[in-house]
Structure formats: C-alpha cells, structure tokens
Design a binder for this molecule. Structure first.
Ligand code: NDP
Ligand code: OXD
Length: 308
C-alpha cells in the first residue's frame, strides 16, 4: 500500500502533506491518527504522539522531519525499520549563520555593549583580531564541518571535537573522551552541535566548564538535554563562563518564570538556529520514499548503535 503517514500534531497545520502529494502523486498522504494510517508503509515524524507505533504497524521507513532523531530514538516502541534524518546544506548554512552571529557577538564585545547600554555606560570593548579567537566545535558532522568552514573563512582559529578521529588539514581536531580535556583547554568560545545520545546527555556540565579557560563563552544549538542548566548558571555567576548564547532547552518553550530569560550574560533564542523550509524537507522524504521502492541506499540513514 502506498500510504505515508505524517505524525506530529503541529505538522497537520502545515503544507507538508500538500508538498508530499505534489512529489509523490501515487501515494496517499494522511495524518498518523487516521484509520487508514494503519496501512502506512512510511511515516514522517516530528514530536510524534504517544501510541503512534501501535497504530502504524506496517511502517517500513521512518523519516525525521529534522536533522535530530533523539525524540524518535527515545521512544522504546520505535519499530526496528530504517530511520532517516534530514541532511541539507541549507540547514547547515543556517546553523553556521547562527554560530557566526554568536562568534561575532562575543568576539566584538556586543555582549558587553548590551550590558553597558542598560547602565548608560560609554565604554569601548577591547578590539581583537578574529585570528586571536579560538573557537571549538563539539560535533564535526554535517553541520559542525560547515560551521568550521564558515568560521575559518571569517578568520577565526577553529578547533573541532568528534567521536572518531578526523583528518582535516584546515582545523585542529580532537577525538573521543581521551582528547576532550585538551580540546576544551584550547578554546575560548565553545560551540555545541552534538546529537543527543546516551553519551552526550548532560555533557555541558560543571565538569566540562571547569576545563575551559576562565571567561570562555558558550554557543549551544544542539539539544537542551546536553546542558545541565544549574551548572551553567553557577559557572556564569562565578565568572568562569563569560556568557552564553542558547537556542535549545530542556523544556521548550522555555517557561516564562525560568531565570535564563533574564540572566544578564545569557541570550535566549527560540530553537531557531536552523529551520529548513518544508519544500526542502519534502524533497528529501520523497527522494527516500522513491529510493526505498527502488531498493537504493537511503539518504541520512541513522545508525541505531551510535544513536545518530
Ligand atoms: P551528524 O550526525 O552529521 O554529526 C554529529 C557529530 O557529532 C559527528 O561529528 C559525531 O562524531 C559527533 N559525536 C556524536 N557523538 C559524539 C560523542 N559521544 N563524542 C564526540 N563526538 C560525538 O549530525 P548533524 O551535524 O547533522 O547534527 C547535529 C545536531 O545538531 C543534531 O543532532 C541536532 O541535535 C542539532 N540541530 C539543531 C538545530 C537547531 O535549530 N538548534 C537544527 C539542526 C540540528 P563522528 O564524526 O565521529 O561520528
Ligand atoms: C533539527 C532541529 O534537528 O530543528 O532539525 O533541531
């Protein structure tokens, strides 16, 4: 049966179904909660509702509508069928723009200027060359490598950390837990674009912050659960961390009463670092549906063992 189910309450209000119908004219596109979705062989998901998999018992391909798959893998009922995620250079470019903005914000002292404006203080922040600023990227995958290239082009000194060793002549790379401390000690702006897995949950903690140089800044656009928020606040209060640009949170939307909203050293953004336009998402899902039918290799296939 050529039925594709869309799982995720907010998705039903978007034109995703129409975009998929235009690309897959011989497929029936239905919300995952409909009776006919029981026969669906493909599911496209973001924040799928509880009980999805007891309803969609015929799926042979599950496709995330974003780059991350942590919300899918967290579900113990997830069927053991190929799971794909979105990979797109435009998504990586948007993330790189976000990180570049953050790098400039801290490097050029806009953080200080904003704080001083509140106090009506006229004081020039130090003027430093980009090449003096060492930026470390945690996660050198599709997005992290794009960010590295963007920052290098801007003149920054770039360091990267990943699970497996990388051979990249343009940046200094570190791999695995054994080299994490050396990586952290080398950087003054830390960027997190890791996937959320068992190994990376809570990685942005006091233990990690202590290994950064005094006054280091954090740009976090991975997942909320990477960050131990109370440790971040303590590190900001002690001055060990000089500031943070945060795009992702444990609870999203960030609750109105959360102290991060008004912390003077924190910029809060609403999980906006990169949102891929739905036509691009639909293109990849349709491509993978056609590949599945033809028995061709799928794009963005996730490894269940590594969790990303
Ligand atoms: P990839 O799978 O392409 O890359 C992941 C990188 O993280 C790889 O370099 C991998 O190492 C590294 N990594 C994974 N686990 C570990 C570990 N335990 N220790 C060290 N390094 C590790 O993912 P993407 O680049 O496509 O996306 C990364 C994440 O960005 C997504 O999972 C999502 O959470 C986040 N994201 C956030 C968005 C936002 O708007 N805020 C938008 C899009 C994505 P190796 O190379 O060795 O495998
Ligand atoms: C994603 C995201 O994973 O938007 O695509 O966070």
């Amino acid at each position: 049966m050529k039925i594709l189910a869309i799982a995720g309450a907010h998705l039903h209000k978007t034109p995703l179904a129409e975009l998929l119908r235009a690309r897959l004219p011989d497929w029936t596109i239905v919300p995952s909660t409909e009776e006919s979705a029981r026969q669906a062989t493909v599911a496209a998901c973001w924040d799928h509702p509880p009980g999805t998999w007891s309803h969609l018992r015929s799926v042979r391909l599950i496709h995330s509508i974003g780059a991350g798959v942590d919300n899918l893998l967290r579900d113990p009922a997830l069927p053991d069928v190929p799971l794909c995620r979105v990979i797109d250079a435009r998504l990586a470019q948007r993330m790189a723009e976000y990180v570049l903005w953050g790098a400039l914000y801290f490097h050029r002292g806009f953080d200080l200027a904003v704080q001083q404006q509140r106090l009506k203080q006229w004081r020039r922040p130090p003027n430093r060359e980009a090449e003096e600023i060492a930026i470390g990227i945690m996660g050198l995958g599709e997005i992290g490598t794009y960010i590295a290239t963007t920052l290098l082009r801007q003149g920054y000194k770039v360091y990267g950390w990943s699970r497996s060793p990388k051979q990249d002549p343009s940046i200094k790379t570190y791999a695995g837990d054994a080299q994490l401390e050396a990586f952290l000690g080398a950087v003054e702006v830390l960027v997190c674009v890791l996937p959320l897995t068992a190994a990376t949950t809570g990685i942005l903690s006091a233990k990690l912050f202590d290994k950064l140089t005094f006054g280091a800044k954090l740009i976090h656009c991975g997942r909320g659960a990477h960050l131990v928020e109370s440790d971040l606040i303590a590190a900001l209060e002690s001055g060990h961390l000089g500031g943070a640009l945060l795009d992702v949170f444990d609870v999203e939307p960030l609750p109105a009463e959360h102290m991060l909203w008004s912390h003077p050293k924190v910029v809060v953004t609403p999980h906006m670092a990169a949102v891929l336009p739905l036509p691009a998402v639909a293109d990849q899902i349709a491509e993978n549906v056609n590949r599945l039918s033809a028995g061709d290799p799928l794009i963005g296939l996730v490894s269940r063992t590594s969790g990303y």
